[in-house]
Design a protein around this ligand. Structure first.
Ligand code: MG
Length: 204
């Protein structure tokens, strides 16, 4: 499986990192080894001194497809979950300055913990407006609403499937809202869709 990630998909987050609002989706990949195995602790990686959390809604692909038309995109996913796109911000900044790829900053081991449970689309009152949030040490640090995505899920699927065949089980991280920030050892992150806590990560 693969993990496809969308960057800068909320205007307020693009602004907080002083990035332009993109005209087309910003896409990068994480390898399968970026998943955090069940019950495996999350260890602060050695190659960064500025590890940031980015809470994101995650789409799980349920059907094989390529060149998917936006109007058919809803046939390719049935569930939405939540994940954290851990980012070595210092490493990313150095890559950006040199015009280099971000993979060292974004795709390292365990950089993509995903919630234990995915929620069926039909159980959302309004699947175009899904509220999600992240707490750090019990305090809410990020709040998102999928209606504020610059590119919605169907547009993302149409866009990325031009380049990558989507396979069953692939995950798409759909971008983070404003409020990203650093973590240190000892911090605890809890991610929610609505009021359901779906992901707990303790930084060791
Ligand atoms: Mg992100």
């Amino acid at each position: 499986m693969k993990i496809i990630c969308i960057g800068r998909n909320y205007a307020a987050h693009a602004a907080e990192l002083k990035n332009e609002v993109p005209k087309e989706p910003v896409v990068f990949l994480k390898p399968e080894t970026a998943l955090l195995p069940k019950n495996h602790p999350f260890f602060y990686p050695d190659h960064t001194n500025d590890l940031h959390f980015e809470v994101e809604l995650v789409v799980r692909i349920s059907r094989l497809g390529k060149h998917i038309d936006e109007k058919f995109a809803p046939k390719y996913y049935k569930e939405i979950g939540i994940g954290i796109d851990f980012t070595a911000r210092d490493v990313q900044q150095a890559c950006k300055e040199k015009g280099l790829p971000w993979e060292k900053a974004k795709g390292f081991d365990h950089s993509a913990p995903v919630g234990k449970k995915f929620i069926p689309i039909e159980s959302f009152r309004d699947p175009k407006s899904i509220q999600f949030s992240l707490q750090k040490n019990g305090e809410t640090v990020q709040r998102g609403d999928s209606s504020l995505m610059l590119f919605n899920i169907d547009q993302i699927i149409a866009y990325v499937s031009q380049f990558y065949t989507l396979k069953i089980g692939d995950l798409i991280f759909t971008g983070t809202p404003a409020g990203v920030g650093p973590v240190v050892k000892g911090d605890v992150l809890d991610a929610y869709i609505g009021d359901q806590k779906l992901l707990h990560v303790a930084i060791k």
